[in-house]
Design a protein around this ligand. Structure first.
Ligand code: 4AD
Ligand code: MG
Length: 481
């Protein structure tokens, strides 16, 4: 007999004769009521066991975590909280779970403890919900771009280009680390390495995506990226997923429009498809925040916050305006910021970004036109900027509770300006010969951005640590599983 998903049983419009469900026991009460979950929904189905006619031996094996198969009738439930339940006629234990040893007890566990058990935490309500939301969000990403004719491009994970400068890189090598081949000058001889050159894990697929945009028009990547930054924060992972659209003939305003529309679309899509999970996560957040001081709590419940993002335009503010706001802000004057903003040109720290979003504008903010020397080499130099105050057509999107969620720009399409910039900051043009070819042959205005997928999942689920929205987090000192 084929089993039916718990979700479909709970959504049934009528009682059913003889159904089969398979899943894992969440709890077993009064020797009679199994709360069964199979991962198809946040909700458990209640299975009522006929304990008088079930051997004591079997009853003892119905423990939290055990895999079971139940067969019986789907009947209207007498108990509160559910419409249907299964009146069990036949119960089979598929896999035992030692109640003494199973780490996911039916009680509240700390997020730290759950992280150490990332292979089992997905059996909890919260992590089941987060991972379903994550899955739906990634589908929404593809749907958004595919519906609009973007081509999905898989950029390399192993790259020979390390010029992007987006972050510290992880080296990839097949050389024996305890016996490295050396050149005559005594340097490591990468000609002997697997690829005949020095290679790394990619920090971004942007440069390769640009070459595709200059042929296919509108493209996007969605893949893993790696950064060896030693930033042990709640916003950074060493391995994270990034979405990078790149569009020919788009300028910075088009780029901002695309980013805003895209983010609103995927959030809306997920709110429609994951209503139950998000409702659960909203409750979880409220519960968690009870123990926090008022000032640290979210201003809005989760769903209201998500709706707020859908209903309000992102505030577009130039870097120069932002610096004025920050310079005159109370925390700057009272020296409450760790980094005091003294003058134009300062790099913005996350404390500044969060002040702008959470305290000043109280909505998502797009900051644009940053000083050229705090941004990447490929960003389009603004025309008519004062010498010494050059700005580039960069944009960062800042979200409440998260800080930077998107980084992007219009790209420098002029070969001479781009080469001059690379020379100034010491990037070898030989190394990026293929990238420069996009500017040599049929160059055109184009723009793109990168969205950190886990930061988006953080925002949508209301979680606060990025380690809790990726199945198996990789962070400094931690690569278990
Ligand atoms: O701002 P970033 O470094 O931009 C780029 O990599 C560009 N090449 C993107 C482009 O224009 N195509 O990174 C983009 C986004 C950030 O805004 C952030 O959301 C996320 O990637 N991000 C991280 N997420 C998790 N862990 C990390 N260590 C991250 N570093 C960046
Ligand atoms: Mg950035």
């Amino acid at each position: 007999m084929k089993h039916t998903k718990v979700k479909d049983l709970l959504n049934s419009t009528k009682t059913l004769h003889e159904v089969n469900a398979k899943g894992w026991v969440r709890t077993f009460r009064n020797n009679q009521f199994i709360a069964l979950n199979d991962g198809s929904t946040i909700h458990n189905i209640q299975c009522v066991v006929d304990f008088e006619n079930t051997p004591e031996e079997t009853l003892k094996r119905i423990t939290t975590g055990a895999a079971v198969s139940v067969t019986g009738d789907l009947v209207e439930s007498k108990g509160a909280g559910q419409k249907f339940e299964i009146q069990v006629k036949k119960l089979e234990i598929l896999g035992d779970s030692d109640a003494e040893k199973f780490p996911m007890q039916p009680k509240k566990h700390s997020l730290e403890f759950l992280r150490e058990n990332a292979h089992l935490r997905v059996r909890t309500n919260a992590f089941g919900a987060i991972m379903r939301v994550r899955s739906v969000l990634s589908f929404a990403v593809h749907q958004y771009f595919q519906e609009r004719g973007f081509v999905y491009v898989n950029t390399p994970v192993i790259t020979g280009a390390d010029a992007e400068g987006a972050g510290e890189m992880f080296q990839v090598t097949s050389l024996p680390l305890d016996n490295l081949p050396k050149t005559e000058e005594g340097n490591i001889d990468y000609k002997k390495d697997f690829f005949g050159k020095h290679t790394n894990l990619t920090v971004s697929g942007q440069l390769e995506a640009e070459t595709f945009a200059m042929a296919l028009g509108q493209v996007y990547t969605f893949g893993p990226t790696f950064r060896a930054e030693n930033s042990n924060t709640s916003r950074h992972l060493a391995e994270f997923w990034m979405i990078e659209p790149e569009v020919a003939f788009n300028d910075l305003d088009d780029n901002m429009d695309l980013a805003e529309d895209f983010i609103q679309y995927v959030i809306k899509y997920t709110m429609e498809k994951c209503a139950d999970d998000l409702k659960f996560l909203e409750g979880r957040l409220l519960e968690e925040e009870k123990s926090k001081p008022q000032a640290d709590r979210s201003e809005m419940p989760l769903l209201e916050k998500l709706n707020f993002v859908l209903e309000n335009n992102f505030k577009r503010v130039s870097y120069t305006e932002a610096i004025d706001i920050l310079r005159n802000s109370t925390p700057n004057k009272k020296k409450k910021f760790q980094y005091i903003i003294e003058e134009w040109g300062a790099d913005l720290q996350s404390e500044h970004e969060r002040f702008l979003v959470e305290k000043h504008f109280k909505c998502p903010v797009i900051l644009y036109d940053y000083p050229a020397n705090i941004k990447a080499f490929y960003m389009r130099l603004n025309d008519n900027t004062e010498p010494g105050k050059e700005t580039v057509r960069a944009m960062d999107i800042l979200f409440p509770g998260i800080g930077e969620i998107v980084g992007g720009s219009q790209r420098e399409e002029r070969l001479d300006v781009l080469m001059e910039k690379m020379k100034t900051i010491g990037i070898d043009e030989e190394e990026l010969w293929w990238y420069l070819d996009t500017r040599r042959f049929g160059s055109a205005v184009h723009s793109g951005f990168g969205l950190g997928f886990e930061r988006l999942v953080l925002f949508v689920t209301g979680m606060t640590n990025i380690r809790d929205v990726i199945p198996f987090p990789r962070t400094p000192g931690s690569a278990e599983f």
